[in-house]
Design a protein around this ligand. Structure first.
Ligand code: HEC
Length: 143
């Protein structure tokens, strides 16, 4: 008897999640905004913003980020098209208004399809990629 009740509640829970998880407009799940903890803002970028760090950052960006975020950081990479949530638009005001420390925390921590890059990239590579994202925003948003 108990087992039957358990099975029934598992089925109704699954049905409930299936309905509750979908927004009526597009059938995709609503995802809460991704915020770095306030403390992350105080982590300082140890690299100067110069040609050398931007160049290093570009190499990493091309290899690890372009597939999802697109070559100009517009969130339009081919591997990102089917993702929910979508890859962020890295040159947008929403991303650019975040401190280097917050971006470093996100790149190092990851969420959903955006994996943690702490195991695959050195700290220097992660900071350099942030400099490249800043550089991309400066050049792309001027156009
Ligand atoms: C497999 C696809 C994928 C790859 C590869 C990827 N990202 Fe992401 N990225 C995402 C997705 C999806 C999100 C949104 C995650 C969320 O909100 O849960 C995201 C979010 C971000 C954000 C936060 C944007 C915001 O709105 O605050 C930053 C910063 C970022 N990515 C940087 C990078 C960098 C730098 C690289 C390369 C080192 C990279 N990503 C590689 C998919 C990817």
């Amino acid at each position: 008897m108990n087992r039957i009740i358990k099975n029934i509640s598992a089925i109704s829970l699954a049905a409930f999640l299936n309905v509750a998880g979908r927004s009526p407009a597009c059938g995709q799940q609503k995802v809460s905004e991704w915020k770095a903890p306030a403390g992350a803002d105080t982590i300082k970028n140890p690299l100067p913003f110069n040609e050398e760090s931007i160049k290093k950052g570009k190499t990493t960006f091309t290899q690890f980020c372009v597939p999802c975020h697109g070559d100009k950081g517009k969130g339009d990479g081919i591997a990102g098209a089917a993702l929910n949530p979508k890859p962020g638009i890295l040159i947008s005001a929403k991303v650019q208004s975040q401190k280097d420390g917050a971006l470093f925390w996100k790149i190092s921590t990851g969420r959903n399809a955006m994996v943690s890059f702490a195991p695959s990239l050195t700290k220097e590579q992660r900071w350099a990629v942030i400099n490249y994202i800043r550089f991309l925003a400066k050049t792309e948003n001027k156009k």
